[in-house]
Structures are given as structure tokens and as C-alpha cells.
Design a protein around this ligand. Structure first.
Ligand code: GLV
Ligand code: MN
Ligand code: MN
Length: 413
């Protein structure tokens, strides 16, 4: 039996349903934020399945969780696949989780088909990809790839002031796994991540497989504006330094400055905090996040300069500062891996198209370590980062069949 024939659509679909109970929301999505009790529960469930199949599991100092199926050459760097199990606060059941479960299904399919590989094949669940609770996102993969420093990430606080080091310790206590010695990172022979597209292009084009060529560049910022708290009923306009009024002036100028003709630039203000948050006090402090993305780094550089200028111009008489939290340049996947994904999709008679990724993925960091690529499958109406996110069992299985064939080939190189 070929490894692709070992992929079982029903098993993969059932595993999604089982995982969706952990942090499940009334609308059918999940709230399983990084290093929460729900994240720990997902880790335990994956570990239980791994143990039942005789795969080994281990974790590292940032909490990335690895499941390994042995190869015939124990010294050869493994081929790896995976994604993340954390979710947005109002997330769907497929974003990230599909990549982890497809990788695990690939291990099971190789096992069921009795296929031996030279390199070990690993499924990985990277810690904190979403970055909605702890910033920056794609943290586990970035630490693994030595893009971010472990000691700095351990100090990061969530919006409530919880320190990541403490949340990680709690998580690993609740979901224990053997710990790798030393800082995260080890040689990897190749990396392929599968994911739902999170946009409408595949569905509109009626294609099953997206052959992902790269990932657009992305930057995140926190803007902080300071004014003075004052009485809402008595303070004349001229005497006010209203931080929220300044924030709205800045925000509307920024929306305008990031509206490009070809609709390629992506600009989002996703979180706003107004302090002290009292109806009858003029706000003294406002902070908000900016998520900015484009395939061309030069465009991002240019818009960042505009952002800095508007920050000063639009917030007077308040003061404003800008902190850049992340700067991930565009990723270009390995041409051989891209060709291999396309060839395997064609070999399995699956309709496919080349496409870049608008969303960020852990693959953007791992691509700096080894030949890497990604496989997309459609999701309903392109909706993601939403509880109603949906995909079909058939498409999820199709992406996994392509994955297992690519992994098998890379694992024998
Ligand atoms: C990942 O979810 C991203 O923000 O692209
Ligand atoms: Mn994701
Ligand atoms: Mn996401």
C-alpha cells in the first residue's frame, strides 16, 4: 500500500472533532489561546494518540511539542511537518490544528502502509503561533530557528500581565513531555506545513490544492498615545489633551495612507485600549495594535516611514510613540519543494494552483533552516479567524495525501 492510501479521511475528521471540544465555543469554533489550560489539554490529547501508535514525543524550552516516527538512519536530520494548536480568541477549528493533525495523520499513514523512511519523520505543534495573547506570534518556530531569543520571549507578558515563563511552566506541568536538553533548535532535513488557505482564491478557482510559493512580509506595532485625564463635563476643548480623539485622527489618516489601488497592502487595527475607560473622564492614554503586510519589503519600509510622520502630525497636542513588535520579511519557499508539492498533487490527480500566502505561518521561520514549503486546501468562503471557519473532510484528506507523499520523498533523500 502506498503511504497516500494509508491516509484515512474519517480518522482525520474525527481527530478535528475531538480537538475542537478543547476550548470549544457555542458557534462551533474554539478559544484555545497559547499556553492556556485548553492548550495543555490539546497537547495531552496529541501525546495520548502518539503514545498509542508507539511514536516518541518530546518538548523543548519554548514548549514546541514534537512527535517522532523513527527512520532507518537515526542520525539523519528529520523531515518535519506541523503547525500550531493555539487559536485566536474567537478562532476556528482548522487554523493551525489542521497542520498538526495532517502531520500526525501522515505519520499514521506511513505506519499503516508499512513504509520505512531513511530520515525520521516528525509532526510538530509550535508554541504560540497566533500571537493574540502573547506577542509576537509564530514564537515557538522563531525561537527554534534562532530568529527570536528564548530569554527575551520568556519575559513577554500577556495583556493581563501574566509572564510567558509562568504560563509555559503551568502548561508543561499540566501536559508533561520529556524535555530536550539545551536551547531550542536542531538540524532539520526539510519542512512542509499544510494549512487551510484562510482566503477565497482556491474555492473561487475550484482547485483543491494550493502550491504555496511564499509568504508576504508582515510587521506588527503598538502605538501608545498619551494625553491628560480630565473631567468630561467641565473641561473646555482648548484645555483637553484627549488621547482617544488623537487616536481617531491618527487611525483615519493611517487607513487612508494604506489604501492602495491594487488592494495588496493589508492594514489592521485589531486591538484598542482606552484608559482609564470611564465614560465621564477624558481618556489620558490609548494604545492600539497595527498589523501591516505586503509581499514587497520596500513597500513596508515606505509605509512605516509614513506611519512615523503621521504619528507626530496627527496626535498633537498629545504625545505618541511607536513600538515595532515584529518584522518578518517576505518568505520565498524552496523551488524544489514547490515543484515536489505540485508534482505530487498532479500525480494524485488533484486540481492545483500556485499561490502566495497572505497569512503568516510557522513555515516562514523554518524556511530559514532547511528546504521548506506549504500546501493549502480551501476553506468555506475563505473565512478564517472566525468561529464559523469550515473545510470539508475530503479536502483535508486530499492535502494530507499530498503531504505524506512529499514527506516520504524528502525523508528518503
Ligand atoms: C496568523 O494567524 C497570521 O496572523 O497570519
Ligand atoms: Mn494558522
Ligand atoms: Mn491564525
Amino acid at each position: 500500500m502506498s503511504a497516500a492510501k494509508g491516509v484515512r479521511e474519517d480518522r482525520l475528521w474525527q481527530r478535528h472533532a475531538d480537538m475542537a471540544k478543547l476550548g470549544g465555543t457555542p458557534k462551533g469554533g474554539v478559544n484555545r489561546q497559547a499556553l492556556s489550560a485548553e492548550d495543555a489539554a490539546a497537547r495531552n490529547l496529541l501525546a495520548t494518540w502518539a503514545e498509542a501508535r508507539g511514536f516518541s514525543i518530546f518538548t523543548d524550552a519554548i514548549g514546541n511539542l514534537f512527535v517522532q516516527r523513527a527512520g532507518t538512519d537515526a542520525k539523519a536530520p528529520p523531515v518535519m511537518s506541523g503547525s500550531h494548536m493555539d487559536s485566536q480568541p474567537t478562532g476556528g477549528r482548522f487554523d493551525g490544528m489542521y497542520g498538526v493533525l495532517a502531520a500526525f495523520e501522515a505519520l499514521e499513514a506511513l505506519e499503516d502502509a508499512g513504509v520505512k523512511t531513511r530520515r525520521p519523520v516528525m509532526a510538530v505543534a509550535w508554541t504560540n503561533e497566533e500571537g493574540s495573547r502573547f506577542q509576537p506570534g509564530a514564537m515557538g518556530s522563531a525561537v527554534f530557528a534562532q530568529r527570536y531569543r528564548l530569554d527575551e520571549m520568556l519575559k513577554v507578558k500577556d495583556w493581563k500581565g501574566v509572564v510567558l515563563k509562568d504560563a509555559l511552566a503551568e502548561t508543561l506541568k499540566a501536559a508533561p513531555a520529556p524535555m530536550l536538553d539545551g536551547p531550542p533548535g536542531f538540524p532539520v532535513g526539510g519542512y512542509v506545513e499544510v494549512h487551510i488557505e484562510q482566503g477565497p482564491r482556491l474555492e473561487n478557482a475550484r482547485k483543491t490544492i494550493g502550491v504555496v510559493t511564499g509568504i508576504q512580509g508582515s510587521r506588527r506595532y503598538i502605538v501608545t498615545i498619551e494625553g491628560d485625564e480630565a473631567h468630561a463635563g467641565t473641561t473646555p476643548r482648548a484645555a483637553r489633551r484627549d488621547a482617544y480623539a488623537a487616536a481617531t485622527r491618527l487611525a483615519s489618516a493611517l487607513y487612508e495612507a494604506t489604501t492602495d489601488e491594487d488592494d495588496t497592502l493589508r492594514f489592521t487595527i485589531g486591538r484598542v485600549e482606552v484608559l482609564p475607560g470611564s465614560p465621564n473622564t477624558v481618556p489620558g492614554k490609548v494604545s492600539f495594535t497595527i498589523d501591516l503586510r505586503h509581499p514587497d519589503n520596500a513597500v513596508l519600509d515606505d509605509r512605516e516611514k509614513v506611519l512615523e510622520t503621521l504619528l507626530v502630525e496627527k496626535t498633537k497636542p498629545c504625545t505618541a510613540r511607536l513600538e515595532r513588535v515584529t518584522n518578518v520579511p517576505p518568505t520565498y519557499f524552496d523551488p524544489e519543494v514547490i515543484d515536489l508539492v505540485r508534482a505530487k498533487a498532479q500525480g494524485l490527480a488533484l486540481s492545483n494552483m500556485d499561490m502566495p500566502s497572505g497569512a503568516g505561518h510557522d513555515a516562514m521561520h523554518i524556511a530559514r533552516l532547511c528546504p521548506a514549503g506549504m500546501i493549502f486546501v480551501p476553506c468555506e468562503r475563505g473565512i478564517s479567524h472566525n468561529e464559523i471557519e469550515n473545510a470539508t473532510p475530503q479536502d483535508l484528506a486530499a492535502g494530507t495525501r499530498v503531504l505524506v507523499e512529499v514527506l516520504e520523498e524528502l525523508a528518503n533523500r
